[in-house]
Every structure is written in C-alpha cells, then in structure tokens.
Ligand binder design. Structure first.
Ligand code: FAD
Ligand code: NAI
Length: 328
C-alpha cells in the first residue's frame, strides 16, 4: 500500500499542490478545519445568494497560471468579469476603466476549489493541531485528539500564523512563518431590494475606512440575486476595529459606503459581516515555498510569494515541485 501525502488546508495553495502531486501519480489526503474548501477564496451561501466575501477577482500574469486559468474556464469553473470600475479619491468618484483581464469563479468564487477537489480525498471540519514524526512517517493529530496517518510527507498550506505551530519540528520553517505579519480585513455584504442607481460594479477607494467595493451581482452567473454589494475595509481600519461587534461594523461601513456613493442608499434588506483575521501578508516574499526535504515537511501559501490568488497557486506548485524533486 502506498503511503499518501498529507496536505493541511484546502485553499488554492493546498489544492494547487494536491493537483500537481496527484498528476505525478501520488496519493494525497487533504484536511481543512472548515466545512468546505476555498479558505479566503470561498463563498458564503446566504439568503441573498452566494457572496464572495474574500477574494473578489484575480488576475493572471505568470504564464503557468494563465494556462491554469484557461483550464478552469474550459471546465466552466471560472469566467471573465468585466466590471465598470471606478476610483474614489479626495471625495471624488470617477470612472476608471482599464484593459486588465479579471477572473472570478462561476457561479461563485468557491466553484474553483470545489472543482479542483474532484477525485481527491479530503476530510473537512478537522483542525490539525500537531504533526508527529515517527521513524519513517508522519501522523497528524486533530483538535479532538484523533490520530490521522501514516503519511510520507506533509504540506502545510495555511496562513503563516496558523502554520507556525504546525511547523515546530522544523524550527527554521517555523521561525520564517512566525516572522510573517498578516493584516486583517472586515468584509460587509449589503443587499438592496431595488438596484442602486449607479453603473458602478467595482471601486478602488482611497481616503475612507473602505478600500474596495464591488457589486457582487454584476459578476457572471449571479444575476438571480438582488442587488448585492461587498465592502472591504482597509487593513488599518480593520485592525483598529478588530473587536467591534458585527452590527457596529455593518453600521459604520454602510455609513462610509453611503458617504462616498453620492446616490440615495435605501435601507438594505440583508446584511452580513465577516472578519478575516489573516487576510493578507503585510509584505511580499520570494520564498516560493518552504521546505525541509529531509524531514519531508513543506509549507506554502500566498505569504510565501504575493498576497494574491496567483501567488498562492504558484506557491502550491512550488511546494509540489520541491517535494517531487527530492523523490527523484
Ligand atoms: P487560504 O485560502 O487561507 O487557505 C488556508 C486553508 O487552511 C483554509 O481553508 C483554512 O480553513 C485551513 N486551515 C488553517 N489552519 C488549519 C488547521 N490547523 N487545520 C486544518 N485546516 C486549516 N487575492 C486576489 O488575487 N484578488 C483579490 O481580489 C483578493 N481579495 C481578497 C480579499 C479578502 C477580504 C481576502 C481575505 C483575501 C483576498 N485576496 C485576494 C487574497 C487571496 O484570497 C489569498 O491570497 C488566497 O486565497 C490565499 O490562499 P491560500 O491557499 O494561501 O490560503
Ligand atoms: P489589479 O491589477 O486589478 O489591482 C492592483 C491594484 O492596482 C489595485 O489594488 C488598485 O490599487 C490598482 N488598480 C488596478 N486597476 C485600477 C483601476 N482601473 N483604477 C484604479 N486603480 C486600479 O489586481 P491584482 O494585482 O491581482 O490585485 C488583487 C487585488 O486584491 C488588489 O486590489 C488587492 O488590494 C486585493 N487584495 C485584497 C485583500 C484584502 O484583504 N482586502 C487581500 C489580498 C488582495
């Protein structure tokens, strides 16, 4: 019997690594503490329809990722989003069109990681708390004290603060992860019965508690939902208001939205708030992935490259490449 490789995290980094290893003929077993896949690239089901509260869209600049996204598009998991973009600066709202190609999951962001999970073994609602190295193999322990294993290698594909403890058997890797600061983001969704009187689908915001807003319902295959908007607060505002109640966050960000939109904003028929504690790495790195090849322990995630979907996917590829290289 072949001993599988364990991957902790079913965000895009973990699934990228899983796919590369599966393609190379290795058995993988993924674990995630959540009920579904996607991590920061997931969507929330709500009474206003599926909402992308984390990653809003992604761009593809590296040739390898461009090819991968084309594959997702062919599978029907991703579509191009062509928003009417605006910019908000010094109290002025101005259209800000550009030529950039932007992608989203269709009909929701989580469709991509859901598609990638096909044919892979995964255990959800399972928070891994310890990695134990035996003579030859690894075992994982979860928060309920249950043992999982044996595994030949382990890839930790969680945000850096959650990776640090899991990497304790490789102090160099643990200390690199511990040095990565990740900033929070408060996200709020609002739905309106009558569509707001604006052409805007997305807006880059300066000089406000907000730094981004998007008309979720303008993304492909979401036209069965009411006029839904997703607002993201800046890292600074989110940090200052980390422990504010969800009700207060909704009230304040709704107020900031109304102030900058310059159109009448009716009372929303639906509101939701979500706090992303580890939303984005404060700085980019050029690690690709972290590896202790002798131990068979690897780490990947957006924090090893750029804090974007593309960076996370490339990091997963790099972790798999380094693992396979060591097997040769
Ligand atoms: P994650 O998606 O965080 O995946 C890690 C997974 O590990 C999670 O599913 C988590 O549940 C699981 N996990 C953690 N600890 C454990 C444990 N102990 N045991 C088991 N499972 C565990 N990027 C863009 O390119 N464009 C954008 O517009 C954009 N907007 C964003 C907006 C917000 C609000 C946020 C939060 C992020 C945004 N990003 C955006 C960044 C992008 O979402 C991330 O870079 C990318 O999704 C990170 O993927 P990942 O696999 O590295 O990590
Ligand atoms: P991109 O090229 O569309 O945007 C990069 C940056 O360029 C934007 O943040 C914006 O400042 C500027 N920009 C781009 N197009 C613009 C336009 N038409 N008008 C005015 N400004 C424009 O996408 P890329 O490089 O893939 O970045 C992803 C996005 O994800 C960024 O906006 C980033 O801020 C956001 N992000 C948000 C996180 C969060 O926690 N809120 C975490 C990680 C990424």
């Amino acid at each position: 019997m072949t001993v599988p490789i364990a991957i902790i995290g079913t965000g895009i980094a973990g699934l990228s690594a899983a796919h590369a290893l599966h393609k190379a003929g290795h058995a993988v077993h993924l674990f995630d503490k959540s009920r579904g896949s996607g991590g920061r690239m997931s969507s929330t089901r709500s009474e206003a329809g599926a909402l992308d509260l984390g990653a809003q869209y992604f761009t593809a600049r590296d040739r390898r990722f461009v090819d991968e996204v084309q594959h997702w598009q062919a599978k029907g998991w991703a579509s191009e989003w062509e928003p009417h973009l605006y910019n908000h600066k010094n109290g002025q709202l101005t259209p800000s069109p550009d030529e950039q190609i932007r992608w989203v999951g269709s009909p929701r962001m989580s469709a991509i990681t859901r598609g990638l999970l096909e044919h892979l073994t995964v255990t959800f609602t399972c928070r891994i708390t310890d990695l134990i190295r035996g003579e030859k193999h690894w075992h994982l322990q979860d928060a309920d004290g249950k043992d999982h294993g044996p595994f030949s290698h382990v890839i930790v594909a969680t945000p850096a603060p959650q990776a640090t403890a899991l990497l304790a058997s490789a102090p160099k890797l643990a200390s690199a992860a511990a040095g990565v600061k990740m900033d929070p983001t408060w996200a709020v969704a609002l739905a309106f019965e009558t569509a707001l009187d604006t052409k805007m689908d997305g807006c880059f915001v300066q000089d406000s508690p907000l730094d981004w807003l998007a008309r979720n319902s303008s993304k492909p295959l979401r036209d069965n939902q009411p006029d839904t908007w997703v607002l993201h607060a800046t890292s600074a505002w989110s940090r200052q208001n980390l422990d504010l109640s969800k009700e207060a966050v909704i009230e304040q960000l709704h107020g900031a939205f109304a102030e900058l939109m310059h159109v009448a904003i009716p009372a929303p028929i639906f509101t939701q708030a979500h706090r992303w504690l580890y939303a984005r790495p404060a700085a980019a790195h050029e690690w690709g992935a972290l590896a202790d090849a002798d131990l068979g322990l690897y780490a990947c995630g957006d924090w090893c490259l750029s804090g974007r979907v593309e960076g996370a996917w490339l990091s997963g590829q790099e972790a798999a490449r380094r693992l396979l290289e060591h097997l040769e």
